[in-house]
Design a protein around this ligand. Sequence first.
Ligand code: SF4
Ligand code: MG
Length: 318
Amino acid sequence: KGTLAERLLRLAGSGRPPATLRAVDGVDLAVARGEVLGLVGESGCGKSTLARIATGILPPTAGTVVYDGRPTAGLTGRARLDYLLKVQMIFQDPYASLDPRMRVSRIIGEALSVHGLVAKADLAAAVDRAMGEVGLDRAYRDRYPHQFSGGQRQRIGIARALAVKPDFLVCDEPVSALDVSIQAQVVNLFMDLRARHGLTYLFVSHDLGLVRHISDRVAIMYLGRIVESGPAADIFAKPAHPYSAALIKAIPSARRRKRDFQPLQGELPSPLAPPGGCPFHPRCEHAMAVCREVRPAFVEIAPGRQAACHLHTPAESP
Ligand code: SF4
Ligand code: MG
């Protein structure tokens, strides 16, 4: 039992970091209605934690989540339910987030019936509609999750989210568990749904090539902090932060020849003991003396663009 969100959190596994780990720190991120914000970083950088906090599945230990102009922490009753329904999460592993003992129709219709959002007599039609939205054959409504392919299972997860008519989808690596041949189909589905319903997306991915393709704006995360954000086209044309530049250089490209391929140098440091000063300095080819001592502030470097790097915001002398 428990709310749907609580159960999803359990199903989603160990999303909650140990208490001593600051998975996300000092992040200030806004998503405008109707936009796709791509959130990028290496695995372990805090993206999933941030996604769970945005959906209300995981309460922040400090700070505020504001939705539709209202801090979500104070919401109770109907207002809290509205927020939890309007903001839906799509998980990386569609299998782990679907109850294997439930028929697809029940998985998709569960929130509708639990919260009494449709009359009992209309439930089947609502489920059919959601299945149709994601291109699932309604003839399969009585099947179980294991009877579907990975791509179809992710469609079930999307149908479950859509059934409650959300405004905002938070997608955590929604295609990275899928075969490459299936990824594009599911990404196209996300974009179709956006056009059809005016959805807003926070699209979390380690795959910058994918994010570039679909995002209006991009935020790049490193060790629990946003290090750069701005319009996708601007960041890809001219990254401001050396970490963004390194990630962009590391995108494999059909056009790029093998000898030009530049994997990111060095290991991601342990988030339990992040380096002092600029946390990226051990891996940064532009690191200066100040970078080892002073953490750069995340500031506006051009209209609509922010970065945290001393190359753009020389630190005051200590
Ligand atoms: Fe590199 Fe210094 Fe900028 Fe950090 S602050 S990214 S170490 S140049
Ligand atoms: Mg993750």
